[in-house]
Design a protein around this ligand. Structure first.
Ligand code: NAP
Length: 307
């Protein structure tokens, strides 16, 4: 036997929790399944200074905690754990978790995207303490400081150019000797006097875990094998994002990069399944745009159920 629900929201970042606030207030008694990274990407950032309404900034985990309390206040049921499978072939949709299977009249997918990481223990330890995956969020903290960006695609180039507004010097560290990014971005970066390039270089370690702040990186030259240390105060990892779409890969239309395709607001290729936040947005990727699309998904799901 499976439990019946009006709306099930999968994911607990700003998109999922905003969808929960709106569907709860519409009396749809939403069930929100948190996922493995409860609270989403903001849980690994420190101060959020660009979320409107918080003139002194707010810590990422504190903002997510407040959104969660707000969602629960209006009657959202939040369960820990993650979704192991879905069947979106026809309504009612099936959402399976470790413990229980649910049926839902509408599903809101808010599973987000995960920034790709280098996979170094030191990178993980210093995340939010000098290591960042979001220049728009954290660039401001590096006024007149030397920093580096890892990656050779458009994201890395865009972040490096943006960060020259703050940093004293931006070193772009790339593992090959040619960039993957578009010509216009390559030319812009090359023409920027604040950007230096370290080619054929792999970050082997971020320093200094002992001190709890970034003081530099240990680099290995892939051609000569030589190791060197580059002093830095911040490291931005910009080697791409992976949308969390493995659950729905064969059930919803995805674009060439694996993001869920939405149309007319947040509708996916399956009526009654809406998608919001970074799982369907590789352009803006901000907490506030995710929250905005979460609101849209809630209204779209509500109209679908009423219709
Ligand atoms: P991307 O194009 O996949 O580039 C990722 C970069 O990271 C590549 O240079 C890759 O190196 C490097 N990389 C990957 N794994 C690595 C690792 N483990 N260690 C070191 N380096 C690693 O990703 P993206 O830059 O995020 O762009 C994604 C898509 O969005 C692209 O289609 C891009 O054009 C688009 N985009 C456009 C704009 C814009 O137009 N303004 C801005 C951002 C993104 P290799 O080159 O050696 O593979």
């Amino acid at each position: 036997m499976s439990e019946q629900r009006d709306v099930i929201i999968i994911g607990s970042g700003p998109a999922g929790l905003t969808a929960a606030i709106y569907t709860a207030r519409a009396n749809l008694k939403p069930l929100l399944i948190e996922g493995l990274e409860a609270g989403g990407q903001l849980m690994i950032t420190t101060a959020v200074e660009n979320f409107p309404g918080f003139s002194d900034g707010i810590m990422g985990p504190e903002l997510m905690g407040a959104m969660r309390v707000q969602a629960e206040r209006f009657g959202t049921e939040i369960i820990q754990g993650h979704v192991t499978g879905v069947d979106l072939s026809r309504p009612p949709f099936i959402v399976k978790t470790d413990g229980t299977d649910y049926q839902a009249r509408a599903v809101i997918l808010a599973t987000g995207a995960s920034a790709r990481l280098l996979g170094l223990p030191s990178e993980r330890r210093l995340m939010g303490h000098g290591v960042s995956t979001c220049a728009t969020c954290d660039g401001f903290f590096y006024r007149n400081r030397p920093i580096a960006v890892v990656g050779g695609g458009d994201s890395a180039l865009e972040e490096a150019i943006f960060l020259t507004k703050f940093a004293s010097r931006v070193t772009l560290i790339h593992r090959r000797d040619s960039l993957r990014g578009s010509k216009i971005m390559r030319d812009k970066a090359a023409a920027n006097p604040k950007i230096a390039f370290r080619w054929n270089s792999i970050v082997e370690e971020v320093k200094d875990v002992e001190k709890g702040v970034v003081t530099g990186v240990l680099l290995r030259d892939t051609v000569t094998g030589e190791r060197s240390e580059l002093p830095l105060e911040g490291l931005f990892v910009a080697i791409g994002h992976t949308p969390n779409t493995s659950l729905v890969a064969n059930q919803l239309a995805l674009d060439a990069n694996g993001y869920v395709v939405t149309h007319d607001g947040t509708h996916t290729s399956v009526p009654g399944v809406c998608a919001c936040g970074d799982v369907q947005d590789h352009v803006y990727r901000q907490a506030i745009t995710a929250a905005g699309s979460g609101c849209m998904a809630a209204l779209d799901a509500e109209r679908f159920i009423e219709g």
